[in-house]
Design a protein around this ligand. Structure first.
Ligand SMILES: [Zn+2]
Length: 936
């Protein structure tokens, strides 16, 4: 028998369907067609943030990746052309770190021994190591993206545009070199920018110590100062007191101590002390004290008490140890006081020759050594362990050091007002991020340290005169070629570090400064660099900036979102993007970070093989993670989606296809009869759902959009199909009503497939392909419902009441312990509203299996339903026949009878109304036998 629709199996494997559809998409170039078929004049501009390809895609990529798929698919169906170029982040610490780990390189000296050229080329070699995996995994997740036209931050054209960005900022006076206290990673031996620091706070165990500083003019009297970084103590040059703090001198057993009055009890704890006198901060300022380590260079202020406003009594003793080389407040105080500068630690975290007794040991070891040493010299007052939140390197997890150094900055604080103003023009989803996490971050913005003392990155295009320190910033390859007098094809450090030229004014030589750029500067330059602006594509750029839409995880408020915003504001005083969707972080089920080592989460690829990508997408997109909150990932959640949403829909779809095929129904039929209320209702619900999903997606709100779909599928399955079962199939007789039902159900499924297409692209394609002649659901237009006014609100309300009455009726039956198959005489409905029309009453009668509805309009808030539970002999007989029908249907199912297959029935009890039972079960004949059985 030839059928209209491809048969649909009850035993569905979604992963298998997905594999098949992937092949179909690839073979028929569906993705390419979805772009090509939309006009160039109507574009939605999307920027893709570049990931590092030094690892495999994980949930942190999959969540924003899914958002980056849903939104473009939606706008494509709305008629827009949405190009989706993939990008790769190729430079920076992550790559260098990866290589160092592989080559077992411990520090920078070993890199220099190896040679920068060799090291950089080795980095280049591993950068794209996993791209093939990405190109396999990303499409398998249903994400459409253009890998062929990808961009790479290490391409010469990309790097040249970065130089243009640097030069432009320099010309605007937004780049400067400064001595600043930064966090450095001693292992990576490079400064870390403040937003990178913000990403790496973790608990760390340290020593909290109180140190004794003896007054020069009063031996035996000590100032007490507190620190949790004893390694900075050799760098101490000042002690700071607060002008408003009250100090006190106390006597211990042998010695006298000075500290803030309100800290005495805390600092002394169990130790005995006697208060001897009050002291003002003024009396303390200017006092000299004996250095702990006498290593400060002569000639500058050192080992003296000063006043400083930042001193508080929140922690410590109210007297602060100041080491200008190792802290922000310290550096500022030191600069203000013109104090000596003691930097006894190298950038790689080793003690320098300034402190001969500990020369060469690591800063982390130095903590204990200093404590030991001071303790032996009786300069340690107290010491105990603390656990505090401390910044760590976001790449190698080494604790960071506060370290004053010369570095290049973008003067972000100078454009702060503009940053804040431009943020007002951006639509954030979820909206609270705008003035919350991102807005607050902008308000606290600091100057951005952009230079890294590393090798694999875009070099800072800064040349310096070796005679006068005069600076020249180069903004293009051509400019460099002209200066250096030779061809340049690669801008990496090892290729250009020896390019010099004569400074004709000074007679000096211009030499490359030698730092590379923060890789976040590179990804933040993406809107210009990926099209090689302004060297090429000028017009194209003007039409494609800012982006209409971007998406990443919420941690990017301090990463990519931030650097995009800073650079776009600095260059054009515009935001870089108009709409941004940001998602929360995915944690393991136990609430911990997902960790490869601990294997506390399921491998995404395995999950896709088991349940399919659509289920994973649906689960993630309907979870809290899409509202910017953290999600504790649960495999069970994916299984639930499969069972509750996908299988429900699949069963509706299968119900339609099986019956339509048996009835030989054709889509082209002309409907003559008027639609029933039930049909009108599901179509109204469909339109309502389309409207809701559209409005939400229009506002980039995926969570809200998707939230509309499961309730609709539920309505479709548990009400429309449930109440339409008898309208179709071989036992139904009303041909026109059949056509009506099929037409309605097919319309619903086709439209539903369309609005599901952005979210579950495979399942939508599978259903849509079978029910229509279209090539692909993704090439169709988004269904349009012009206005909410077309929705019959009255009908929606009435159907809610109908279902409420049925729910109450079922509950009453349950209480009376009478099965639904047993017909009852009547149901009395006590309801506030007017009587429903015949069709709706019939729905109640059918659902509750009662002969009559008695409607009583009453002034009550909640409807009530009472059943007439008297079972007359006639009702009993009918009930018994219905029970028999149920049992036969069960056997038909077990024996896998076709829907229209006739059978013979052997039964211990013949039906009372043979015509009725035989019609319902397509039975030819009934014979008496011991046990109920059927014969095909
Ligand atoms: Zn590090």
């Amino acid at each position: 028998m030839e059928t209209m629709f491809k048969p649909v199996s009850a035993k569905v494997s979604f992963p298998k369907i997905e594999e098949k559809i992937l092949r179909f998409w690839k073979k028929n170039k569906i993705f390419e067609k979805t772009i090509r078929r939309r006009p160039k004049t109507k574009e939605l501009v999307f920027y893709d943030g570049p990931p590092f390809a030094t690892g495999l895609p994980h949930y942190g990529h999959i969540v924003p990746g899914t958002v980056k798929d849903i939104i473009p698919r939606y706008w494509t169906m709305k008629g827009y052309r949405v190009e989706r170029r993939f990008g790769w982040d190729c430079h920076g610490l992550p790559v260098e770190y990866e290589l160092e780990r592989e080559l077992k390189i411990k520090d920078k000296k070993e890199i220099l021994k190896m040679g920068i050229a060799k090291f950089n080329e080795a980095c280049r070699g591993i950068v794209l190591r996993y791209t093939k995996e990405w190109e396999r995994v990303i499409p398998r997740l249903g994400r459409w993206v253009d890998f062929k036209n990808d961009y790479r931050t290490m391409d010469p054209a990309y790097m040249e545009s970065i130089w243009w960005v640097v030069k432009s900022l320099w010309d605007k006076g937004l780049i400067y070199e400064g001595y600043k206290s930064l966090h450095i990673c001693p292992r990576c031996a490079t400064p870390i920018s403040n937003f990178e620091v913000a990403q790496g706070y973790e608990d760390k165990k340290d020593k909290s110590v109180v140190i004794k500083f003896e007054l020069l003019d009063r031996p035996g009297t000590f100032l007490l100062a507190w620190t949790t970084t004893p390694w900075t103590l050799p760098g101490n040059v000042l002690l700071a007191v607060g002008p408003k703090i009250k100090y006190i001198e106390v006597s211990g057993e042998k010695e006298k101590y000075i500290l803030a009055k309100e800290k005495v009890k805390e600092v002394f704890g169990q130790q005995k002390f006697k208060v001897s006198k009050k002291i003002s901060s003024k009396e303390l300022v200017g006092k000299k004290y004996k250095p702990l380590f006498n290593i400060a260079p002569r000639g500058k202020k050192s080992y003296v008490v000063v006043a400083a406003d930042f001193v508080s009594t929140e922690e410590g003793t109210g007297i602060v140890h100041v080491a200008p080389a190792f802290g922000e407040e310290d550096l500022l105080t030191g600069q203000k006081e013109k104090a000596a500068f003691v930097q006894h630690i190298d950038m790689d975290g080793k003690v320098t020759k300034m402190l001969p007794k500990f020369k060469g040991i690591s800063v982390f070891e130095l903590n204990d050594r200093v404590i030991e040493d001071l303790s032996r010299r009786e300069l340690l007052f107290s010491s105990f362990d603390i656990v505090h939140s401390y910044p760590h390197c976001w790449r190698c997890e080494t604790p960071l050091l506060n370290y004053a150094m010369k570095t290049w900055f973008v003067a972000v604080t100078r454009i702060k007002d503009k940053l804040i103003a431009n943020n007002r023009k951006i639509k954030w989803v979820p909206s609270h991020v705008k003035y919350g996490r991102f807005g607050k971050w902008l308000e606290g913005a600091r100057d951005w340290a952009i230079s890294r003392n590393r090798y694999w990155g875009t070099p800072l295009p800064i040349w310096r005169c070796d005679k006068t320190e005069e600076i020249e910033v180069i903004g293009s390859i051509k400019e460099l070629e002209k200066k250096a007098g030779r061809k340049v094809s690669d801008l990496h450090l090892h290729k250009i570090k020896n390019l010099t030229w004569l400074n004709s004014k000074t007679g000096g030589t211009m030499r490359l400064s030698g730092e590379v750029l923060d890789c976040w500067f590179e990804s933040g330059s993406m809107p210009y660099a990926f099209s090689h602006y302004p060297f090429e594509n000028k017009k194209w750029f003007e039409e494609h900036f800012p982006a209409d839409f971007i998406a990443e995880s919420i941690d990017q408020t301090r990463g990519w979102f931030y650097t995009l915003h800073v650079l776009a504001t600095a260059l054009f005083n515009k935001p870089a993007f108009k709409n941004v969707v940001t998602n929360g972080m995915v944690l393991a089920e136990d609430g911990q970070k997902m960790s490869k080592r601990r294997k506390n989460y399921p491998d995404p690829e395995k999950l896709v093989r088991e349940y399919g990508a659509d289920a994973l997408r649906f689960y993630l997109m309907s979870s809290a993670v899409i509202k910017g909150e953290d999600l504790c990932f649960s495999e069970k959640g994916v299984v639930n989606v499969l069972r509750r949403v996908f299988l429900t829909l699949w069963n509706v779809y299968r119900f339609f296809v099986i019956n339509a095929n048996v009835d030989q129904w054709k889509t082209q039929v002309e409907i003559k009869s008027k639609p029933k209320k039930l049909d009108l209702w599901i179509l109204t619900r469909l339109n309502e759902t389309v409207l809701n999903v559209t409005e939400s997606l229009e506002h980039y709100d995926i969570s809200q959009a998707l939230g509309n779909i499961p309730p609709f599928i539920e309505d479709l399955s548990t009400w429309y199909v449930r109440r339409s079962r008898d309208r179709v199939g071989p036992t139904a007789v009303d041909k026109e009503d059949k056509d009506l039902t099929y037409t309605t159900l097919r319309t619903v499924l086709v439209v539903l497939a369309k609005i599901l297409a952005p979210f579950t692209p495979f399942l939508a394609e599978e259903i849509h392909k079978n029910l229509t002649d279209d090539d692909s659901v993704h090439l169709t237009d988004w269904p349009e419902v012009r206005t909410r006014k077309v929705l019959d609100q009255e009908l929606l309300k009435q159907m809610v009441l109908v279902r409420k009455i049925c729910e109450l009726g079922h509950a009453a039956r349950k209480e009376a312990k009478i099965k639904v198959r047993q017909p009852l005489k009547s149901a009395k409905c006590k309801v506030q509203s007017a009587k429903l029309d015949v069709e709706l009453l019939q729905l109640i009668k059918d659902e509750l299996n009662v002969k009559e509805i008695i409607w009583q309009k009453k002034k009550i808030k909640e409807p009530r339903v009472e059943l007439d539970t008297e079972i007359t002999p006639q009702l009993r007989v009918e009930g018994e026949d219905r029970e028999l029908i149920r049992q036969i249907q069960q056997l038909r199912k077990e024996r896998k009878c076709r829907l229209d297959e006739t059978i013979d029935v052997i039964t211990p009890r013949l039906p009372h109304n043979q015509g009725f039972v035989s019609h319902a079960t397509i039975a030819r004949d009934f014979k008496k036998g011991e046990k109920l059985a059927i014969k095909k």
